[in-house]
Design a protein around this ligand. Structure first.
Ligand SMILES: NC(=O)c1ccc[n+]([C@@H]2O[C@H](COP(=O)([O-])OP(=O)(O)OC[C@H]3O[C@@H](n4cnc5c(N)ncnc54)[C@H](O)[C@@H]3O)[C@@H](O)[C@H]2O)c1
Ligand SMILES: O=C(O)C(=O)C[C@@H](O)[C@H](O)[C@H](O)COP(=O)(O)O
Ligand SMILES: [Zn+2]
Length: 361
């Protein structure tokens, strides 16, 4: 079992990573959240069928009252309606300021449950129990949110968990498409922070269904270390945290204009990263083996173009209203080198011209 400590200005907490990490949950609750008189697990329909029983069994050892609230899968969980139902459930079961929420699932469940915890009675403790590869990113760092039709994660908070308990056994049931989604954020972490890690990924990962336990462990640990270092420096995104948004300016615009849930988050971000890499070559003279990168990700099953029914003017509008934007132009994360990101305000014309090259033929 590996433990990484995340030290933000608002909270310090552990991330336990390993097989059977879930077994640490009762002890952690006993030693750190002992006053929690009621525990609410928030999970989704699919994870409930696969892993809920195991978590309920472990929690039985706490002797506390355990409730479960099941929400829809994926982005359908990150809506105002589902958020409202969660709050109603908390109130109807008389949860109080000493209660604890456990987010059991991927990033959608974590973002939703974290936002419920952040806002119920102005904030109660929560623990992230991630079940996807993608959640090496979402469970760490305290961004919690729901979506709005006008933009991804527009309604949310910065609210750190008490702990992240990452049981790698849960990953065994992930379908390939979800591995692909999560692996995109692993690639992102490597591109913004660690050239050697990027080369290791390119050399070793050729088939997402054949990732070994050791490889999962390495990519999750390194991804979390990179994310934690950024969040420790800039918890509330006043500066460098925006680098974690590499690929997301176009990625979020694609997700929103496709309709949330049509493309996975990681697949959309991957399109956004390919686009940002091209812009980086043009605007920052990034020296990068672009063609090999595109061949590699296409062989892994990613699409690298914008679906042709999407309107580039609408995508531009969404990019300009992204949270990073403070003027009337879109702000992009570009790379000067692999491992050296920067923020750049982009002219509409440059973005439109380049998007036209990215529309699927
Ligand atoms: N807060 C952050 O910092 C942050 C970072 C990255 C992404 N995100 C958000 O995370 C979300 C995407 O994350 P995700 O893909 O993990 O989300 P998810 O919760 O939607 O999970 C993806 C799908 O996999 C299923 N699933 C989950 N665990 C499984 C398992 N072990 N076996 C089989 N199926 C399983 C879920 O039911 C769902 O259908 C997006 O909403 C994105 O915006 C947030
Ligand atoms: O933690 C961050 O900061 C990130 O940007 C991580 C992203 O992978 C993640 O998708 C995040 O939810 C995006 O945040 P947003 O503020 O652009 O909605
Ligand atoms: Zn993301």
């Amino acid at each position: 079992m590996e433990s990484i400590t995340v030290k933000t200005s608002s909270k310090q907490y552990p991330v336990f990573i390993g097989k059977q990490a879930i077994d640490t949950l009762p002890n952690f609750i006993e030693s750190h959240v002992s006053k929690a008189n009621k525990i609410l697990i928030i999970t989704d329909e699919k994870v409930a069928t696969l892993h809920l029983e195991a978590v309920q069994a472990v929690l039985a050892a706490t002797g506390k009252q355990v409730f479960t609230h099941i929400v829809p899968q994926g982005e359908y969980a990150k809506t105002f309606d589902v958020y409202y139902e969660c709050q109603s459930y908390c109130l109807s079961q008389q949860l109080n300021r000493k209660s604890l929420i456990i987010a059991l699932g991927g990033g959608a469940v974590g973002d939703l449950a974290g936002f419920v915890a952040a806002t119920f009675m102005r904030g109660i403790p929560f623990i992230q129990v991630p079940t996807t590869l993608l959640a090496h990113d979402s469970a760490v760092g305290g961004k919690v949110a729901i979506n709005h039709p006008l933009g991804k994660n527009m309604i949310g908070a910065f609210f750190q968990p008490e702990a992240v308990i990452y049981d790698l056994n849960f990953l065994a049931t992930l379908p390939e498409q979800e591995l692909r989604s999560g692996f995109a954020e692993v690639i992102k972490h490597s591109l913004i922070a660690d050239r050697d890690f990027y080369h290791w990924l390119m050399t070793n990962i050729q088939d997402l269904t054949k990732i070994t336990d050791e490889q999962f462990f390495k990519m999750i640990k390194r991804g979390i270390e990179i994310k934690a270092a950024v969040v420790e420096e800039d918890e509330k995104e006043n500066g460098v945290r925006a680098y974690l948004n590499f690929g997301h300016t176009l990625g979020h615009a694609v997700e929103a204009s496709m309709g949330y849930g049509k493309f996975t988050h990681g697949e959309s971000v991957l399109i956004g990263m390919v686009y940002a890499l091209k812009l980086s070559q043009k605007k920052q003279q990034l020296v990068f083996e672009y063609n090999s990168f595109v061949e590699w990700v296409q062989a892994l099953g990613y699409r690298t173009t914008i679906p042709k029914h999407l309107k580039i003017e609408q995508l531009l509008q969404l990019m300009k209203t992204d949270k990073k934007s403070v003027t009337n132009s879109a702000t992009f994360v570009l790379l000067e080198q692999v491992g050296a990101p920067l923020l750049a305000e982009m002219a509409d014309e440059d973005l439109l011209n380049e998007m036209a090259n990215f529309i699927e033929r």
